[in-house]
Design a protein around this ligand. Structure first.
Ligand code: COI
Length: 352
């Protein structure tokens, strides 16, 4: 089924503001955005319009009660064809947005509408996709409650929108993370597995405290005993031991990263052994000398090595560039796949 999406193009493109040599992250937005409104039980008024502010009531319920969810994805330039751009596993983002929506008592968005809207928006703003190595067009689909009502209940009205911004690297060095024992990101039965805005807002204060101590990020531990590592504030987590690569198994309190899953599959494809299991801080300390590398993964961050981790006042430095083979091989494999430099054994790349 094809949805009817109205298109209002900008009178004048802002693309001259885009400097491919100095891209940054998330400050410059492309010319257009997709918007749809949920009213009377259906998604209506599907439109692509010039990127610009929304007119919202002060009582907009998302602002008060937090029904707000989002996704992050990237479009890339096809290295084999200047006219083509690519998307990486977009259906996975559509599915995860809907898993978040269900948990947050929000309406699902038909996967076909999500994909069509994305496709049409990217066709229109394709000139903004950076051609530079490591650059991408970051795509932000999101949904929030729009009822103009102050009672606590699921909103009747919602807005779904997609905007894009050209981006360079989110992090550009090996990170120092602090193992977090005092604060919790998520609780069993809570919303840790969703990409709801509150998960990120609640992480800002503990992260700021860690940053005052000289760390870049926090490494969350489980909320019950604070013994098992879970994820960082922006990514999933991997530990490479001599004969095994471990990533925390998915629980109700972890985000099921699409990059996480792609890295697991990619590593296995490259011949590495990957285990998804509980991973304790104590194991990281006890097997410290066996750790070849620690790395983190996410759409924005892609794959970044950790310099080390801090735990109860001791800093465990693990970074050694000569031992980064696993992370660098899988990073290269996925980076090459996304821009069509290598063939795609998994059918993950969509060409537009
Ligand atoms: C992403 O990696 O796309 C995310 O949504 C994480 C965000 C902290 C930038």
């Amino acid at each position: 089924m094809k949805f009817e999406i109205k298109v209002e193009k900008v009178k004048e493109s802002r693309i001259s503001q885009f400097d491919p040599k100095n891209i940054g992250f998330g400050k410059l937005f492309t010319d257009h955005m997709f918007v749809a409104d949920y009213k009377n039980g259906e998604w209506t008024d599907l439109r692509i319009v010039p990127y610009g502010p929304f007119d919202l009531s002060p009582a907009t319920s998302a602002i008060h009660y937090g029904q707000s969810i989002f996704e992050g994805m990237k479009a890339f330039a096809n290295v084999n064809n200047d006219h083509e751009i690519t998307l990486f596993r977009p259906e996975e983002n559509a599915k995860r947005l809907n898993r978040s929506a269900v948990r947050m008592a929000m309406p699902e968005i038909p996967e076909a509408l999500f994909l069509q809207a994305l496709n049409e928006l990217l066709q229109l703003d394709r000139a903004w996709v950076p051609r530079t190595e490591g650059g991408a067009l970051y795509v932000r689909p999101y949904m929030f409650a729009t009822d103009d009502f102050i009672g606590v209940k699921p909103s009747d009205n919602y807005r779904f929108a997609i905007f894009c911004c050209p981006v360079g690297p989110y992090y550009n060095k090996a990170l120092r993370v602090k193992v977090e024992e005092d604060f919790s990101r998520a609780a069993p039965g809570g919303v840790g597995f969703t990409k709801c805005a509150g998960n990120y807002g609640a992480a800002l204060y503990p992260t700021a405290l860690a940053q005052k101590e000289g760390y870049d990020q926090i490494l969350w531990t489980d909320p019950i005993e604070h013994k098992f590592v879970e994820e960082t504030g922006t990514t999933n987590f991997f530990a490479v031991f001599e004969n095994e690569i471990v990533t925390p198994s998915l629980t109700h309190t972890l985000l099921a990263g699409i990059t996480r899953e792609s890295v697991i599959i990619g590593l296995k494809h490259l011949g590495y052994t990957v285990t998804e299991r509980p991973l304790s801080v104590q194991e990281l300390i006890d097997r410290n000398t066996e750790i070849k590398e620690l790395f983190i993964t996410g759409t924005a961050a892609t794959l970044i090595n950790l310099d080390g981790f801090g735990f109860r006042g001791t800093y465990y430095n693990v970074y050694d560039e000569s031992r980064n083979q696993a992370s660098q091989s899988v990073k290269k494999f996925l980076d090459d796949l996304k821009v069509c430099r290598v063939s795609d054994p998994f059918n993950w790349v969509e060409i537009l």
